[in-house]
Design a protein around this ligand. Structure first.
Ligand code: ZN
Length: 127
């Protein structure tokens, strides 16, 4: 069997779909193939990290007093600008977390595709 397609590895890592015959065959291949096993491991860790991320893990603006002190150190003017607005809406913050997850997954799949392409361009597909 050829290596498991990157999109299929992502589906396996997400574990959302009802297992199919193709999944069983892919997992059998993953058991025997170190390369696919490593890539599924990376994707699974990425999905786990994204699913366990807390809202407190999201980047936020520094507290007002810290911002004032930094601004004061950088600018001698008395009318220093205030900090950037905080994202107070929990749903917006959760949406940002989901966007970060989608971006991370997209990057992982793109890296895998680029790696595959570079192997083919160099004159052959690795076993
Ligand atoms: Zn493989």
């Amino acid at each position: 069997m050829a290596h498991v397609e990157p999109a299929h590895l992502v589906e396996l890592a997400l574990g959302n779909a009802t297992p199919s015959e193709a999944d069983t065959e892919a997992l059998r291949h993953v058991d025997e193939c170190a390369r696919c096993r490593d890539e599924l491991g990376v994707l699974t860790r990425l999905v786990t990290a994204a699913r366990t991320a807390q809202l407190v893990d999201l980047p936020t603006a520094p507290p007002e007093r810290v911002w004032r002190r930094i601004s004061g150190d950088l600018s001698p003017e008395p009318n220093t600008p205030g900090p950037p607005p905080r994202i107070r809406d929990r749903r917006r913050r959760a949406l940002l977390a989901l966007l970060a997850l989608a971006t991370a997954l997209g990057v992982a799949v793109a890296l895998r595709c680029l790696r595959e392409r570079s192997r083919v361009v160099r004159g052959g597909v690795a076993p």
